[in-house]
Design a protein around this ligand. Sequence first.
Ligand code: SF4
Ligand code: SF4
Length: 366
Amino acid sequence: MHVERPKVNSVAIELTAICNQKCDYCYNEWREDNGAEIPEESARLLARVDKMLDAWDIDHVTLTGGEPFARGDVWRVLDALKTAGVRVQMISNGGLITDQIAQRLAPYAPSYVQVTLNGPDRALHEEHVGPGHFDKTVRGIKALKKHGVPVVGCVVVTKKNGPVLDQILELWHSLGVDYIALSRFSPAGYAARHAAQLLPSRSDLLESFRRGAAVAKKHAMRLHCTMPVPPCSLEVEELAPIQFGTCPIGTSMQEFALGPDGQLRNCTLHKTAIGQVDDILREDVDLQALLAAPEITEYRKETPEFCKGCLHEQSCGGGCGAAAEWVSGHARKFPDPFVWQHIDDELAEGLAAKRRDGKTHLEMIL
Ligand code: SF4
Ligand code: SF4
């Protein structure tokens, strides 16, 4: 019997490094070579899941990847979580979800499957994710809905698609999906290479969110911005009904990430392993003790110099530390690149130069 297990709000289990798409905004570190170096062993994956379930009282799990349906043993993980009575939600690009897979998934009753569309049409969506995926994703969405699996829509809001966010939301509405996660582009992992092309400025984002808010009002859609938008950059109050949150790391709402390599991280976008543990399966790794690691408990105590004295220092803490880590080399020394691009000349010039010469690779700038 499980007794006195510490509560953990959520773990995003990255089932696999492999994906059928290669999205420019993908925050996976291993997207370039599709995880060639990361072995897939069913027994180890299931043992890691069991170890977490034994150690922690987990409220819910997000199954993600890579693409979770690229992994044949996704069903064994779903079985384990069902037996443990842990709620599941999934993040998928939808492209591998056939009628048969949707039918098989339905009895597991996931809270939802979140699927992303980044354009109102094939051309703009595929400009973000690669050719040949739009029709398959729409087929997947329709299959899930047909079998009664709740679908949450997602739009990664970028510099390219921000101007037509209203049209993308109209597409979601026409597909019968009215709850949408707006994931404003954040340069982390593979995506950090594409910051120059995809990172919206504050005025880009304000304009696109205004368009989004108008469509949300028209169709009574629920829009939730899943990445923090620091209040020093936008007056979010005027963007109702879009809902905004703050970074949950170090709070009771944190969602940890378990990588396909067995490393536990502060969230899916973060780079470093908590406690420098290379695989939680190692015998000497005590998962309950790991929750007291300074990477978690100290995270909110440090804020960027720029943010000292700000009214929002405690709640906002500088925005997305993971993106700051990828772009500026440290999670807590500099604010979110979304803010920092408007403050730091070096970052602004680096982004502008790469926009001009069309290069996609953003080197560490600081
Ligand atoms: S904490 Fe920093 S990033 Fe957040 S609103 Fe204040 S100054 Fe901006
Ligand atoms: S670091 Fe960024 S991606 Fe990670 S939980 Fe915080 S806001 Fe979200």
